[in-house]
Ligand binder design. Structure first.
Ligand code: CP
Length: 315
């Protein structure tokens, strides 16, 4: 694998899920693969899971790790071509990415949607600039539109927990007061659409995800209808795509409660974390044996370890 930026970089999703499960069973089996190789992790935004799980995976593969927070640890970066840089941004991505590529064998980048322009966010300016100028493989640590390390961990978790060959998997919108990106929901839909799971997306009107991510998934505005006979409830808030970045609803009726989970086929509860208790999901659900959120977060190590292994094998 050359990069791990989006699903187009993955030749076989099923095989990559199996690789993740294999890495989990044999964490140090490839500890010489990354020997004398350095991964640089570049964060434009905060992180707990992605930062630590990627460091852990890289260490398991024998790599050295360097972490940098853009802005606080480095110069502010300019991404536009042809501008006169007479404002606050001191360095252009053309030099910054190329220089980082001199120091690192692989670069991981986290850069959320900025919500200034739907077109710019969906063009993935930051990740694609790193791909263009760094000259080394790039790993997406959550970009404006996608979070593949999370989605691969999600599929690994579903494979571990499923009790039916073709589980019913529900992606449900949950309320939040703040405008959050669509990246996790987009990516989850994109990856689940590569499986043969029965996939349903439910959200209030106005929250349809971009069609290229929804594809042939069933979409319903009735959360109760979606939950019937479900094996997995994947909760996530996202802001509107059609009215880009807007919060159109904070309806608390979309919160996940024990009563709603009772409609399901004894479903596991999933969330990428961090999660705001009480706002999106009741404590009783998060603290129940059906909650898979810690296992899901644990699997973040094995998802990125599988992706890094594939990249290292081609370096
Ligand atoms: N799920 C996830 O990406 O968590 P962090 O934002 O803490 O990395």
């Amino acid at each position: 694998m050359k990069h791990f930026i989006n699903l187009n970089d993955v030749s076989d999703v099923k095989e990559l899920v199996l690789e993740g499960l294999h890495q989990k069973a044999n964490p140090l089996a490839n500890q010489n693969l990354g020997k004398n190789k350095t991964i640089g992790l570049i964060f434009f935004n905060s992180s707990l899971r992605t930062r630590i799980s990627t460091q852990k995976a890289a260490i398991n593969l024998g790599m050295d790790v360097i972490v940098m927070n853009v802005g606080s640890d480095s110069w502010q970066l300019e991404f536009e071509d042809g501008v006169i840089m007479d404002q606050g941004k001191a360095e252009h991505i053309k030099e910054a990415a190329a220089v980082l590529g001199q120091y690192c064998d692989i670069i991981g980048v986290r850069a959320f949607a900025e919500f200034k322009s739907q077109e710019d966010d969906y063009r993935e300016i930051v990740l694609e600039s790193f791909r263009k100028y760094a000259g080394v493989p790039i790993v997406n640590l959550e970009s404006a539109t996608r979070h593949p390390c999370q989605s691969l961990a999600d599929l690994i978790t579903i494979e571990e927990l499923k009790t039916r060959t073709r589980p019913k998997v529900v992606l449900t919108w949950v309320p939040h007061f703040k405008a959050l990106p669509q990246a996790v929901a987009n990516s989850f839909a994109e990856w689940v659409n590569e499986t043969d799971y029965d996939f349903v997306i439910t959200h209030p009107e106005g929250y349809d995800l971009a069609p290229q991510f929804v594809k042939n998934a069933k979409v319903t505005y009735s959360q109760e209808e979606a939950f019937a006979d479900a094996d997995f409830i994947y909760a996530k808030n996202w802001s509107s795509y059609s009215q880009y970045g807007q919060v159109l609803s904070q309806d608390p009726d979309w919160r996940i409660t024990p009563e709603k989970m009772a409609l399901t086929h004894n479903a596991n509860f999933m969330h990428c974390l961090p999660v705001r208790r009480g706002l999106k999901v009741a404590d009783e659900v998060l603290d129940s044996p059906q909650s898979a959120v810690i296992q899901q977060a644990g699997n973040r190590v094995w998802s990125v370890q599988a992706a890094l292994k594939k990249i290292l094998e081609e370096l």
